[in-house]
Ligand binder design. Structure first.
Ligand code: AHG
Length: 338
């Protein structure tokens, strides 16, 4: 079969009425920027891109050089094309306006420029995650409050994983699709259309070192998985944890599985570890469009009304059946407590 490039795919999506010209251009621009990030990531030590940047982000986390480089690549690429009203990045406190000298569009772009950046220096997969919202009508200079839209309103979401291959996964709310970067040609080529995540799985991803800090329902659920064949679930489960959400999610959309970053006593006051607007919402949209489920452990992630641009939330996502069991345990425990 003739390979289908991302550009061809976007033209098809326009013809199908799933995207307009502006959104299609936006995705092309983001994909192009991610190719540049892939090049920088690939150079590793010889590109001088490894190590600390010597700065901190809004979350108070030390930034890696590649965090800063990736953020700049995405901001610069998206400033001038006329497809955006503003950008927001996990790395910056406030939204970035479009400079006055450029035309403005009707979309808001949010991104985590380099997710899993603690893995850069050890040559393990990292990625970029993005989400696209509509700029509210009549708003010409969007502020943080205009980005605070529930995940159900996302027009598009995607991620790029910089792994052995550079892979883009994308949804416009009409299925989840995968594109693999052909480095010689310089194009993303459609490699999987309409990905489906198996409903059942025997593989889970969680940072077990936090076990003693989890809430009781999480202890119960993971305890049952660990008990394997001899426990109430009657089967053995396998565990994986990359510490790059993009890589863990990519495994899940490839062969099934569940991913948890639950609330624990250490992070309770922050609301969770992962960011709703830059990580949880786009991943939840991608996972649901592939037939999986995504919750906060208590309710559907995409229905959560955001209260802050950098808000953190617990995240449960992946194969539907396991997300449902873990969520049910939390809801049941809350009910029992009244
Ligand atoms: P960061 O981008 O700051 O490295 O955070 C990575 C995120 C996510 O990608 C990953 O699943 C999780 O944090 C890992 O957290 P732990 O280090 O606590 O396991």
């Amino acid at each position: 079969m003739k390979p289908i490039s991302l550009i061809q795919f976007l033209i098809e999506e326009r013809r199908a009425g799933h995207v307009n010209a502006e959104l299609s251009l936006l995705i092309e621009v983001v994909a192009r920027a991610c190719k540049r990030i892939a090049v920088a990531t690939n150079k590793g030590a010889i590109g001088g891109v490894l190590g600390e940047a010597g700065t901190g982000n809004i979350q108070g986390e030390a930034q890696k050089k590649l965090d800063v480089i990736s953020n700049e690549i995405l901001l610069e690429a998206n400033a001038w094309g006329g497809q955006l009203a503003a950008c927001a990045s996990e790395e910056m406190e406030d939204p970035q306006p479009i400079p006055d000298m450029y035309p403005k569009g009707n979309h808001l772009l949010l991104f985590d420029p380099l997710d899993g950046s603690s893995n850069i220096d050890v040559n393990i997969s990292v990625g970029t995650i993005f989400s696209v919202l509509r700029c509210p009508d009549g708003v010409t200079n969007p502020k943080a409050e205009h980005f605070l839209q529930a995940g159900t309103t996302q027009l598009a979401a995607g991620y790029v994983v910089y792994g052995p291959a550079t892979v883009l996964v994308l949804t416009f709310g009409h299925g989840t699709h995968e594109f693999t970067l052909d480095r010689e040609v310089g194009s993303f080529i459609l490699s999987r259309r309409d990905i489906r995540i198996p409903e059942e799985t025997g593989e889970f991803a969680i940072n077990m070192s936090n076990q003693r800090h989890w809430e009781a329902p999480m202890q119960r659920y993971i305890g049952e998985l660990l008990a394997g064949k001899d426990g109430p679930r009657g089967r053995d489960f396998n565990m994986r944890w990359v510490a790059s959400m993009v890589a863990d999610v990519h495994r899940i959309i490839t062969r099934g599985g569940v991913f948890f970053y639950p609330l624990d006593a250490k992070i309770k006051s922050k609301g969770g570890k992962l960011r709703l607007m830059y990580e949880a919402n786009p991943m939840a949209f991608i996972i649901e469009q592939a037939g999986g489920a995504a919750t906060t452990g208590r309710g559907r992630l995409l229905e959560l009304q955001p209260t802050g641009l950098h808000q953190r939330v617990p995240v449960f996502l992946g194969s539907k059946k396991e997300v449902e069991v873990a969520t049910h345990y939390h809801v049941e425990a809350d009910r029992a407590q009244g």
